[in-house]
Design a binder for this molecule. Structure first.
Ligand code: GAP
Length: 575
């Protein structure tokens, strides 16, 4: 079914996730915490199925892969060596007016006229100037002249000039007193506003006034720059919404800090890991020695990572706490490029096997000049989320950069001795790095469907269904007695449920009409439901005794199946 790419679709998905217990806002009863999410009963099953399948494919089914589970907090030296302490940062810009913060490279380009201001003064400061009406003073002193004065004497001289200009006279003492009063109230701060060409000047003035008001200037009179209007093209220096100037880009380290031990000193400072990868480099020697693997071989890890993202957004897509599923696949230098393409293929197959077809994944090869300086080849796998095409996973050929850095900083031998060729060298690495939460979100987005059904009487209604691959579905099978007030049906259904429970996650439900129970399971993405009815318990004769109705989520077709065959039938479809 064709998907409409609209925010409405995403809103429906977010609402379903909450309503059905997939994902909740973390600390919700206290107003939540931006960038943090809790997975509810269905969400945790979905994520577990995803992680288990990833582990199965990448560790258990391969003899060239080893698993590990590193600690979240590591010696700070790890992050110095990896470069994260110095460079794991994004250049950020702030809107001077709204104070919103954006990644500098994500700011939209703007074209138009820039209105330049150099400061402002509260109107009240000039309304009681001597001799002339305030409007005359405002016209005279502003927009340009006042910005250039740097002391009270200069300002007093300027006031004199104003008086002379109007062929008036005024006592010098009075003007000096006025200058003393005005001078400290001048707010000098450069600010500019970009408005599209042809926009009335007033719009820029309003933004300017709002800015100086936010800096505490009441009812501001604006002081313009000598060159007050400047045409610009494709500038990334202004906020697309307000037109207000953005700050220069400043780097902001994304690692969360904490302290190991009771004393909050620089020495005890630690970071929550921003990726799982480093533990696999740091433990390379131990894993090599304990497993006696030969190149090429890999280490795999699933675990939490933390990044103090500036703009957590798009539901769980960009969170501050998330999980990664990462592989470091070590190899000889000459195999790096080939193995990068090999892993690309493996990873596309994986997504296909969990219900995200290869046609839905866009492979973006990062061009020269945009990759990390040590990476020779990088693919980003992107999924078409309702909010746009966005990265699910990166596959990077990182050469021997990481191991070399840890050799340099730790002084430990993280190299490899090849028995066959008698060579000693630092292995290269290919890193397929996937996000668990992003993949879980992609699974939900891919599965979400609304189907219009029309009954025999011509009445239509919309069935919301999550068409998960049975492998990923949080609940594999719903088990229902047809009626809850018939003890024989209930007992038989409970027995079917308890016999399946050891093998898969099932859901027993006896409340409400059977159609409504099916619909509830459709929304949870349960691929199969079985109903124990009067045939099952032999009330309509021996023919169908011991069989149940099995209903398929996607087609809504029903068939009869023997209870004795049920377990194997289901297992064959959910593994
Ligand atoms: N070790 C390499 C590495 O961490 P990355 O591209 O920064 O590379 C890998 O992260 C994957 O981790 C991403 O493709 C994404 O799926 C996931 N990820 C990164 N930041 C995330 C965030 N803030 N929220 C959710 N997932 C994130």
């Amino acid at each position: 079914m064709a998907k409409e790419v609209t925010p409405t679709r995403m809103e429906k998905i977010v609402s379903l996730c909450k309503r059905r217990g997939f994902i909740f806002q973390a600390s919700e009863i206290y107003g939540g915490l931006n960038g943090f999410w809790d997975y509810g009963p269905l969400g945790v099953e979905l994520k577990k199925n995803l992680k288990d399948f990833w582990w199965q494919r990448n560790v258990r089914e391969r003899d060239d892969m080893e698993g590990m589970d590193g600690s979240i907090i590591m010696n700070r030296a790890v992050w110095k060596a990896s470069g994260h302490e110095e460079t794991f940062s994004d250049p950020m810009v702030d809107c001077l007016l709204s104070k919103e913060r954006f990644r500098a490279d994500q700011v939209e380009e703007q074209t138009g006229i820039v209105h330049r201001l150099i400061g402002a003064i509260p109107r009240i400061a000039i309304v009681d100037l001597p001799q002339l009406p305030p409007e005359a003073w405002i016209r005279w002193l502003f927009p340009t002249a006042l910005g250039s004065v740097s002391n009270v004497a200069e300002l007093s001289e300027l006031l004199h000039a104003g008086i002379r200009n109007q062929n008036q006279t005024c006592d010098e003492e009075v003007l000096l007193a006025a200058a003393e009063k005005i001078f400290p109230q001048i707010e000098r701060y450069d600010f500019s506003v970009l408005v599209p060409t042809g926009t009335p000047e007033d719009k820029a003035r309003k933004v300017g006034m709002a800015f100086y008001e936010s800096r505490g200037v009441k009812n501001p009179v604006l002081i313009e720059h000598e060159v007050s209007h400047l045409p610009v093209e494709n500038s990334r220096g202004y906020h697309a919404e307000t037109g207000a100037q953005l700050t220069e880009p400043r780097t902001f380290n994304l690692m969360f800090k904490s302290f190991a031990g009771p004393i909050e000193s620089e020495e005890n400072m630690v970071y929550l890991r921003p990726e799982t990868a480093q533990a696999m480099f740091v433990q390379f020697r131990n894993i090599l020695d304990t497993t006696r693997q030969k190149l090429p071989f890999g280490i795999a890890q699933i675990g939490k990572a933390f990044r103090n993202e500036i703009n957590p957004r798009n539901f769980t897509f960009r969170s501050r706490e998330f999980e990664q599923m990462e592989i470091e696949y070590f190899c000889r230098p000459e195999d790096g490029l080939r193995l990068t393409d090999y892993w690309l293929e493996q990873r596309l197959r994986f997504y296909d096997d969990i219900g995200i077809p290869r046609g839905k994944i866009h492979i973006h090869e990062i061009p020269d000049g945009e990759r990390a300086f040590y990476a020779v080849k990088t693919y980003d796998l992107e999924y078409d989320f309702p909010f746009g095409l966005s990265e699910l996973e990166g596959i990077a050929y990182r050469t021997n950069y990481d191991l070399s850095k840890h050799i340099e900083h730790s002084g430990k031998p993280l190299d490899y001795f090849d028995e066959a060729t008698k060579e000693r060298f630092v292995p290269h690495v290919v890193e397929p790095s996937a996000g668990t939460d992003r993949t879980a979100l992609a699974l939900i987005c891919e599965a979400f469907d609304e189907e219009t059904l029309t009954d025999e009487a011509g009445k239509s209604d919309v069935r919301t269904v999550l068409r998960f691959h049975p492998r990923m579905a949080p609940i594999k099978c719903g088990v229902f007695p047809l009626l809850k007030n018939k003890p024989d049906l209930v007992a038989a259904a409970r027995e079917v449920a308890s016999n399946l429970r050891a093998f898969m996650n099932i859901f027993y439900d006896e409340s409400g009409a059977i159609g409504r129970r099916y619909r509830r399971q459709d929304e949870a993405g349960t691929p199969f439901c079985v109903t124990v009815d009067f045939d099952t318990i032999g009330e309509n004769g021996p023919e169908k005794q011991g069989t149940v109705t099995l209903r398929h989520r996607d087609s809504m077709q029903q068939e009869r199946i023997a209870i004795s065959d049920l377990r194997e039938w289901l297992l064959a479809r959910i593994r």
